[in-house]
Ligand binder design. Structure first.
Ligand code: GLN
Length: 221
């Protein structure tokens, strides 16, 4: 019988869940249920063992600078498994603080440099010019997305090979200069969009497809 249980790892759910980001996981669960899948959602928090390859989807939500500092101390344990998982093309969504921590570092308003996982070549810095807050609207390969952003970190790509998730119509996205939103690398999506972003069903359905494709492969092994 086909395995109908989808395993979702929610990284630091208790610490990284700003502005309704847990709604992203609920929407994925709802869309999977409509296809007769059940979901097991594990909160992988401080000190918990974690092998990304045990999961069909990894979610990493947004957080305040303080929570990011706490999480960043625990995170290096998972660098290898998440690097391999992302590079193998398996699905992961990182929102705001969770997106920032996949890059090399985030220098905060307080001047602290929070080390990221250093999986993809981008960095985030606070700049005094503005906090990026408000409604956003941008185009993606799956069509338009409408969401909400609230961050002080400005994200910059350090390699021309990185591709954004979208192009801004309204709002800031990665930073006030580039007109780009988020990052899309294999099946890793990084985004500044809360709202939650997956209320945009075009993106949610694209992720569900990635999740089901990887699930078939994972359970066949
Ligand atoms: N603390 C980070 C920033 O302000 C991320 C914010 C968030 O995740 N909402 O840039």
């Amino acid at each position: 019988m086909a395995d109908k249980t989808i395993k979702i790892a929610y990284l630091y759910e208790d610490l990284m869940n700003t502005y309704g980001d847990s709604g992203d996981v609920k929407i994925i669960r709802y869309l999977l249920k409509k296809q007769n899948y059940t979901t097991q959602i594990d909160n992988v928090s401080l000190g918990d063992p974690f092998n990304a390859f045990d999961y069909d989807f990894v979610f990493f939500g947004g957080g305040q600078d303080f929570e990011q500092t706490v999480v960043a101390k625990d995170l290096p344990r998972h660098k290898e498994t998440l690097t391999d998982y992302i590079n193998a093309g398996h699905p992961m969504l990182g929102v705001c603080g969770g997106y920032q921590l996949v890059g090399t570092y985030y220098k905060t308003i307080g001047g602290t440099t929070i080390k990221g996982l250093d999986i993809l070549p981008f960095h985030t810095v606070f700049k005094a010019d503005k906090r990026m807050i408000g409604d956003t609207h941008y185009t993606t390969q799956w069509g338009d997305v409408k969401a909400f952003e609230n961050h002080s970190g400005q994200t910059y790509f350090d390699s021309q090979k990185l591709q954004p998730l979208g192009k801004m119509i309204t709002g800031y996205g990665n930073n006030p200069q580039d007109g780009l939103e988020g990052l899309h690398y294999h099946n890793f999506i990084g985004t500044y969009s809360h709202g939650p972003i997956l209320r945009n069903l075009n993106v949610a359905n694209a992720i569900v497809k990635m999740v089901l494709d990887w699930h078939q492969e994972r359970v066949a092994d």
